[in-house]
Design a protein around this ligand. Structure first.
Ligand SMILES: O=C[C@H](O)[C@H](O)[C@H](O)COP(=O)(O)O
Length: 302
């Protein structure tokens, strides 16, 4: 018990890109769970009040997350999807700030191990997607968003469950910092399209991506603090497949082509599912873009 408490305390202190000496403590956790939540681990009241964004990027993430929650997590919303990544802890933080009364009759569905921890450690009620086919709203991070609100997701290997919760939601909202706000996918997120594959098929999918689909640099994602490949929350592998800007200008076409490869479980390209995207800016403003093509520049009061 004492050891578990110590482990939890240390995890709170681990930044998203921890020193190797600290990172070793997270060895054995899935890739998704390496998004160490800066809030709500253990004594949530303490941590919620003591979160201080370490830099401008964290401040931008938090601004985007808080603005999105304020606008899209309404009192009448009861079934809420919580995504994955380093921006999502600020989503949970803001939802928690809506108060116990509003959250009492709500159920929160996670997209992976990390968000499951965020939900339970915030004292919110955890549900399972198997119990709910429709969600009121899902809020998630993104690796990059283009001008038509197509996204690359899966930098943390969570795209399968994320897509299920995105598509099941009446409203799907993404939150990110200014670096993710692009005209064309692949502009700032250059690691490639994350593709979840069955381990049995990884070699044939890799070859098909390299030879047939024009991604010669497609590679199996290797773990950083474990020998061997990253293993997703679903027990699968991840391939990162970079494509040229010309190919990424037609994300739906690319999504379909990749998805047709035998052994592909899910592709980290999200098309026609985002209702609104919020990007925190360095100057303390938020840029919002909506599915109807409208955009808004928001200056939060606080
Ligand atoms: O698999 C991970 C997810 O798609 C994340 O939502 C995405 O990688 C963005 O994460 P972050 O908010 O840390 O940039």
């Amino acid at each position: 018990m004492a050891l578990a408490a110590l482990f939890n305390s240390i995890r709170v202190l681990v930044p998203s890109n921890p020193h190797p000496a600290i990172r070793v403590l997270t060895t054995g956790m899935s890739e998704c769970s390496r998004f160490v939540p800066p809030v709500v681990v253990g004594l949530d009241a303490y941590f919620l009040s003591s979160v201080s964004p370490p830099n401008a990027i964290e401040a931008a993430k938090r601004l985007a997350a808080h603005t999105a929650v304020d606008r899209h997590v309404r009192p009448e919303d009861k079934i809420i999807g919580i995504g994955s990544g380093s921006t999502v802890p600020y989503v949970v933080e803001r939802i928690k700030q809506q108060g116990g009364e509003r959250n009492r009759n709500r159920v929160f569905l996670p997209t992976g191990f990390q968000s499951q921890q965020l939900i339970t450690q915030a004292g919110l009620r955890l549900g399972d997607i198997a119990q709910y086919s429709v969600l009121d709203v899902t809020i998630d991070g993104a690796d990059e968003v283009d001008s038509a609100l197509n996204c690359i997701k899966g930098g943390g290997a969570c795209q399968l469950r994320e897509k299920v919760l995105a598509e099941a939601a009446r409203t799907f909202v993404v939150v990110a910092d200014y670096r993710k706000n692009s005209a064309v996918l692949g502009t700032t997120y250059t690691s490639g399209v994350p593709i979840e594959v069955s381990p049995f098929a990884h070699s044939s999918v890799l070859r098909a991506l390299q030879i047939n689909l024009g991604s010669p640099k497609a590679t199996l994602r290797m773990a950083r603090a474990k020998a061997g490949p990253v293993v997703t929350d679903n027990g699968n592998f991840i391939i990162d497949a970079p494509f040229t800007a010309d190919v990424l200008r037609k994300p739906r076409e690319l999504l379909v082509n990749i998805k047709l490869l035998t052994g592909v479980v899910e592709v980290g390209i999200f098309c026609d599912v985002v209702a609104a995207a919020y990007f925190g800016n360095q100057d303390g403003s938020v840029s919002a873009r909506f599915e109807n093509g409208k955009a808004e520049h928001i200056r939060p009061d606080n």
